[in-house]
Design a protein. Structure first.
Length: 187
């Protein structure tokens, strides 16, 4: 990981600095799965004539779990001397059935993820003492082609799912939205 933190394409100054000065203080924490909403899926949902046709209504869209692809795992990297994560490590599936380190990154999507987890609606959903008998899973939802990232709270019953966008460029940041509403805006 230290070698990757210094190489081009994986440049992470905070992680490189922390590893050089106090590597024993680095910890991998908060593992969560990542889901990808590829551009091809967005195009397919938008329809063949995207320029003139209006976007489908939210109730016409499929469940997000049927169009998003699970990529692998993401770990937040904490420095014991910092209050927030300094980087994230992405481990993706390999063809052989294992995992490989795909990228290390820093920035607002790294620091905003713990903030999104602290939202009252998210804390209620993921707490173990919740009155709801159906467990949920927090995932990082990425649509890189349109610069979108959000915290997807995924239930077995997809009608209960919601997303907290982590950037306000397309949707209000840190406001809960149903997946169909998010897809409708992204289309």
């Amino acid at each position: 990981m230290a070698r990757r933190a210094r190489t081009r394409g994986f440049a992470t100054p905070k992680l490189n600095f922390a590893h050089r000065n106090h590597p024993e203080d680095l910890q991998l924490c908060a593992p969560h799965r990542m889901a990808l909403l590829p551009l091809s899926a967005l195009r397919r949902l938008a329809g063949p004539d995207r320029c003139t046709a209006k976007a489908p209504a939210a109730n016409e869209l499929p469940a997000l779990s049927s169009v998003a692809t699970i990529l692998g795992w993401r770990f937040l990297i904490y420095d014991k001397n910092a209050l927030e994560p300094i980087a994230a490590a992405h481990a993706v599936f390999t063809d052989q059935g294992g995992y490989r380190l795909a990228e290390l990154n820093e920035g607002p999507y790294v620091t905003n993820f713990p903030k999104a987890l602290q939202a009252p609606a998210v804390r209620r959903a993921i707490s173990f003492d919740s009155d709801d008998d159906e467990p949920c899973e927090p995932l990082l939802l990425l649509a890189p082609a349109i610069y979108f990232a959000g915290l997807w709270i995924r239930y077995q019953d997809s009608r209960k799912d919601f997303i907290r966008p982590m950037d306000s460029s397309l949707l209000p940041a840190f406001a809960n939205a149903k997946p169909a509403e998010v897809l409708a805006v992204l289309l």
